[in-house]
Design a protein around this ligand. Structure first.
Ligand code: PRP
Length: 206
């Protein structure tokens, strides 16, 4: 039995479509309150996890493989093999703010984000000192309420920014979903993993 961790939410539908196109499953993995979904015919079990938790389930070997956005992996890829770009869930990780945002002289720019490590690394590499404020969601609230000057967040359609009067200033990274594999599983179940990758590659090309 192969256990695959998939993120709940927006990626699920595209992941589901890819798994069906690749012939890995016949029936959809629909989001419900059920968090473990078994597909005994295909000898596959799905775990529906929060996106930021997918690498954790895979690292601890509770899941053999996982589907996860590159945004999450930039933050946490320890002990994982990133084996394939699945091409789904395309979006970007960007710096955004209210239009015309400026910091007062001597003021440290505050950046709110769900991605503290990636943000810190990005500003550090640019030689800019900032204060990072870690939030867990609805990050766009921060500049609206004066909690931060900037945010580093996912922009997909741009609708959330637009509806909250924010603008995208700079793209940090183009994001797509990746297939990650537990390092021990990669060696122990190599044939199964290689077969999965082959099928997904065929599915991605469709
Ligand atoms: C993500 C992201 C933005 C939004 C961008 O949030 O953090 O808020 O989607 O998408 P858009 O450009 O298509 O509007 P998500 O819905 O995952 O929830 P969150 O705010 O709780 O992080």
């Amino acid at each position: 039995m192969l256990t695959i961790a998939i993120p709940k939410g927006r990626i699920l539908e595209e992941a589901n479509e890819l798994l069906i196109c690749s012939g890995i499953i016949k029936n959809s993995v629909k989001e419900s309150r059920k968090l473990v979904i078994e597909s005994p015919e295909e000898k596959i079990r799905f775990i529906l996890a929060k996106p930021l938790d997918v690498p954790i389930y895979v690292r601890y070997g509770v899941a053999d493989v996982g589907i996860v956005g590159k945004d999450v992996l930039l933050e946490d890829n320890e002990g994982l093999y990133e084996v394939m770009d699945l091409g789904i869930g395309a979006c970007r990780l960007s710096i955004c703010s209210r239009p015309g945002t400026v910091c007062q002289r001597g003021e440290l720019p505050r950046v709110a984000t769900k991605y503290p490590k990636t943000s810190l690394r990005y500003f550090w590499e640019k030689g800019e000192q900032v204060e990072i404020i870690k939030l867990n969601g609805s990050v766009e609230l921060a500049p609206l309420l004066g909690l931060s000057h900037y945010i580093v967040d996912i922009v997909s359609t741009g609708r959330t920014l637009k509806e909250n009067g924010l603008v995208e200033l700079e793209v940090i990274e183009e994001i797509t979903c990746r297939l990650i594999v537990n390092q021990a599983t990669f060696h122990l179940k190599n044939t199964v993993i290689e077969d999965l990758i082959e099928r997904l590659e065929a599915g991605v090309k469709v």
